[in-house]
Each structure stands twice: as C-alpha cells, then as structure tokens.
Design a protein around this ligand. Structure first.
Ligand SMILES: NC(=O)c1ccc[n+]([C@@H]2O[C@H](COP(=O)([O-])OP(=O)(O)OC[C@H]3O[C@@H](n4cnc5c(N)ncnc54)[C@H](O)[C@@H]3O)[C@@H](O)[C@H]2O)c1
Ligand SMILES: [Zn+2]
Length: 350
C-alpha cells in the first residue's frame, strides 16, 4: 500500500518508515525536517502540502507532534497548534481526498495515573499526588476515600481518560477528533497508545527527553544516572522497533477490505475508532531501568535522589491484550537486550 507518514523525520517515524518499506509498502513523508525520504520539508498545518501528498495514498500514519510534558503554560499555543490544529487539517484533507484509513500515534499519557485498588474501596482513580506527600517521601498514591496506600494494577483501554498536562490534553484531543472524523466520513482509525518508547535515535538532552535517554547521557559522561523518588515507580518500556511493527500491523488492519463496519466483533472498520495500548507487557521500575543501563555501561551505579517532579505519575502499566488479540501485535525485543543495545548505539542530539 501507499502510506503518508507524518513526523517521518522523528524518532519513531524514522523506524516506521523503515518497517513499512521492509514490509513491501511505499512511504512518503511529511515533516518540517529533512527525513531521508526525498520529500520537501512540510508542515502538517499546511493544507496544500498535505493535499499534494495525499494523492494516491491508501492510508495515513500520523506521528507528527510536539512531544513532551508541556511544562509551561506558555507552551499551550504551540502544542495545540501542531497537535490539535495539525490533526484537524490532516483529517479535513483526508476527507477531501477520499483517504479513509488512519493510524494515529497516541500515548499512555491520556490515562493520567494508572489503575489502582484500595483494599476497602476496590478500584479507584487517585488524583494528582499532593506536594506535601511527595516531600515527605510518600510516593505511592493514597485512596481518595480513606487515605490508605493503594495497590497498583494494569490499565486497559476502557479506562476513563484523565489527561494531566497540556501535551496529554492534545493527545486526547487528537483521538477525539479522529473518532469524530471516522463517524462523519466512515473512515477507520486505530489510535496506538504508546507506552515508554526507547531505542536507537531517541532524542536526548532536551527538557522533554525520555528518561532512558537522560540516564544514557549521564552514563556517557561517566556520571551516575539520577533516579527520582525511590526508584520503584513502574513503567512499561517498549522498544521503538516493536512500536514500528505495531504501526505496520495497524495500517494493514485499517485498510483491510474485509473488515466491514465497526461494531461488536469487528472492532476496527469503517466509522469506528479503536484505541490500543502498545506496550511490552513486562513492566519495570525506573530504578531497574537505570540499573540495566548502568550495567551495560559498566557503571557508575544509579543514585536514587528522592527528588520529584509535580505532575509525574507514580505507576503506569499497560494491559497489552487488546493489541495482541485484534492486531496480532506482541513485543519481541526483550528488556535487557533492548537496553544493552540502546546503551551501545549512538543517539541523535536533536
Ligand atoms: N517517544 C515516546 O515515548 C512516545 C510515547 C507516546 C506517544 N508518542 C507519540 O509518538 C509520535 C512520535 O513521537 P517521537 O517520540 O518520534 O517524537 P519526535 O519529536 O522525534 O518526532 C516528531 C516528529 O514530528 C515532526 N513535527 C513537529 N511539528 C510538525 C509539524 N508542524 N508538521 C509536521 N511534522 C511536525 C518533528 O519534526 C519530528 O520529526 C508523537 O505523536 C508522540 O506524541 C511518543
Ligand atoms: Zn480506600
């Protein structure tokens, strides 16, 4: 098939381009940065540039975004312009061009905190952790009903969305716009909620860089990785080649002619939008991840600082079953192999 890949010069986009090509598909890119795919630099908000690239395309893989936490209120216009307005322009042009299949890069950030249970109150959704608790080293969220420490669980796609920052707001807005577009046009959408993506070409040393890249930079400089809180906060680290593979499977799914309208038993199909956790299914703590990278470098050992950032969530661990069942996706890069490879490989500085 012919695929328009937005954000094609990015960390994940570049791996998707390679995976699509390897699977025998044809890719054209759209990115303000040169992406090695031969197209002119272009902005997803530029309707004319989007329209020209949509000619003859079977599906769109939408990775373009401003990424990171959206730490400052002054970031609001930039995040919404690219992520929300850019997606709106893309969807309108897809409708005009008659392109009805979309794979959208979404994120685990739409969940806010992960899933928790209280021994007395069952499943609960804790709010943001108060600064006083963090300062006192009480990192685990407490039950909003009784204040007892909660037990972390796994979060499934049916969880109520609870975005906690501007970036998360825009990722959820992208999902909502794509779902409305599907209903209005009969298009098919798979929204892939990536968990913590890591691997070659991961950006480093930016305020928004993923934690694995920050630890790696410290180790390259011969310094100990600095681990916030007590290091026990858990995440699901998924390798970028697995994420790229999930995109190929999802693109093949949203373009499958036999899929029929979305509905019971047919989760992806015309008129429907479906979310998928894209995760390894093997949660690790941040402390374990720092230790694995430090071991691959031969030290120094990580230092647990007890520091914290307001707005960080404590644990966010995915249930990966839906993507396995409906897309045939399961991660294949083992954590220790992926981290050892990541430690050795060069990363870009942009
Ligand atoms: N890295 C992760 O762990 C992670 C986790 C969840 C979701 N995501 C999502 O995955 C997607 C790719 O992220 P990434 O980690 O590869 O980030 P990245 O910054 O490496 O890639 C994003 C790409 O989008 C491009 N872009 C920015 N503004 C654009 C515009 N106006 N028009 C066209 N292109 C534009 C950038 O130039 C860049 O090449 C994003 O949608 C992001 O929200 C990433
Ligand atoms: Zn309780």
């Amino acid at each position: 098939m012919d695929v328009l890949l937005t954000g094609s010069a990015g960390f994940i986009g570049s791996h998707i381009a390679a995976a699509l090509t390897a699977a025998g598909h044809r890719v054209r890119g759209l990115d303000p940065r040169p992406d090695g795919l031969g197209g002119e630099p272009a902005d997803v908000r530029d309707a004319g540039a989007v329209a020209r690239r949509l000619e003859g395309v079977d599906a769109v893989c939408h990775q373009a975004a401003v990424v990171g936490l959206g730490v400052d209120v002054s970031d609001l216009p930039r995040y919404t312009a690219v992520n929300v307005q850019g997606t709106a322009v893309l969807l309108a042009e897809m409708a005009r061009a008659g392109v009805g299949a979309l794979v959208l890069a979404s994120s685990m950030v739409v969940y806010g905190e992960g899933a928790y249970t209280c021994v007395r109150h069952g499943g609960v959704r804790p709010g943001p952790r108060p600064e006083g608790a963090l300062r006192a080293g009480r990192f685990d969220p407490e039950c909003p009903e009784c204040g007892e420490p909660l037990r972390p669980g796994v979060v499934g796609e049916e969880a109520v969305a609870d975005p906690r920052n501007v970036y998360a707001d825009t990722k959820l807005a992208q999902e909502h716009l794509a779902a409305s577009w599907a209903r209005m046009t009969g298009g098919s959408v798979a929204a892939l909620r990536y968990h913590n993506v890591y691997g070659p070409r991961m950006p480093r040393d930016t305020p928004y860089a993923g934690v694995a890249a920050l630890f790696r930079s410290r180790l390259l400089a011969g310094r100990a990785p600095l681990v916030f809180e007590d290091g026990a906060q858990r995440r699901d680290f998924v390798h970028v080649r697995d994420v790229a593979h999930a995109n190929v499977l999802a693109l093949e799914r949203v373009t499958a002619p036999s899929s029929g309208p979305a509905g019971p038993g047919r989760p992806v199909g015309p008129g429907g939008s479906r979310a998928y956790n894209i995760a390894s299914g093997e949660p690790r703590s941040i402390g374990e991840m720092a230790a694995a990278l430090a071991a691959a470098f031969g030290g120094p050992d990580p230092r647990v600082t007890g520091g914290y950032r307001l707005g960080d969530v404590r644990h966010i661990v995915a249930r990966p079953d839906r993507a396995r069942r409906e897309l045939g996706f399961s991660a294949s890069v083992a954590f220790t192999d992926g981290m050892a490879e990541f430690a050795r490989r060069p990363v870009t500085s942009s």
